[in-house]
Design a protein around this ligand. Structure first.
Ligand code: IPE
Ligand code: IPE
Ligand code: MG
Length: 241
């Protein structure tokens, strides 16, 4: 990737297909989830190597709470284990780790470890991380928009004129992604061609890429191919170019 202007600033991935990957091997779905952690590692490295500044990953949706309890517990345990196991390495690599979503629903020990990892990987004041790794956990796009709308209503509860004048940037700053540029590229693995209540507001002008690869098979090579595909896109934003 030589032309820097063609490198997306923010790549986001809907990591899908772990269950099918496991089933193809005659294993339980959770086998696929644990292998998916290796793909996360590979994509973090590939993102940093290729000059991507933000990598965000959809790890668990609000709707995923409706899965069998055993699977939900395994996914949360995997998150806990990954945080404990990977943070030191992320810090060394200059990666800032963050978790965004409806975290009221997260177990308090896991939440404490998330906060600790966020503090540990936060760069010193005035210093930019090499990469922001954002994990969307217990997240849904509609929830995010609703919580932002409620915050806006509260902010202007005694100032209807202020509310009338509120604009897109002000609203965007109330979403959990405040300060994070909108994704330039959203990749979904596993062949499904839908957004599944992910970044609805933020995806307004994202380039979408649907690949058949199941998440545990998505590695550095696939990440690089996605960047090459992105470089060919012509982003028009409704204008004539
Ligand atoms: C993605 O893989 C992981 C999560 C949604 C938590 P799936 O578990 O959805 O795997 P498939 O789509 O059933 O194969
Ligand atoms: C989307 O995958 C959510 C995540 C990858 C975390 P799902 O497997 O939950 O999506 P659907 O149900 O196929 O739309
Ligand atoms: Mg799925």
């Amino acid at each position: 990737m030589n032309d820097k202007s063609k490198v997306p600033t923010h790549v986001s991935i809907i990591m899908d297909g772990n269950g099918r990957w496991a089933r193809q091997r005659g294993q339980e779905r959770v086998y696929g989830h644990s292998h998916g952690v290796e793909s996360v590692r590979a994509c973090v490295e590939a993102a940093a190597e290729n000059g991507v500044r933000y990598l965000s990953l959809f790890a668990f949706s609000e709707e995923n709470w409706g899965r069998p309890e055993a699977e939900v517990n395994t996914l949360m345990a995997l998150m806990f284990k990954s945080i404990a196991g990977e943070m030191e390495a992320l810090k060394k690599q200059g990666v800032r780790f963050r978790v965004l979503g409806n975290l009221d629903r997260i177990d308090k020990d896991l939440l404490a470890s998330i906060r600790e990892a966020e503090a540990m990987t936060a760069p010193p004041v005035g210093k930019e991380p090499l990469l922001d790794l954002i994990i969307f956990l217990s997240y849904s796009g509609k929830w995010d928009i609703l919580q932002a709308a409620k915050s806006l209503a509260k902010k202007y509860s005694t100032d209807p004129e202020g509310l009338d004048n509120a604009g897109l940037d002000e609203f965007g700053d109330l979403l959990v992604t405040a300060g994070v540029p909108d994704p330039d590229l959203i990749i979904r693995t596993s062949g499904e061609q839908r957004i599944s209540n992910y970044l609805l507001w933020q995806a307004a002008y994202s380039e979408l890429l649907f690949v058949d690869t199941l998440w545990p098979d998505f590695g550095k090579e696939e990440f690089r191919s996605a960047l090459e595909e992105y470089a060919k896109r012509n982003r028009r934003y409704g204008k004539v170019k």
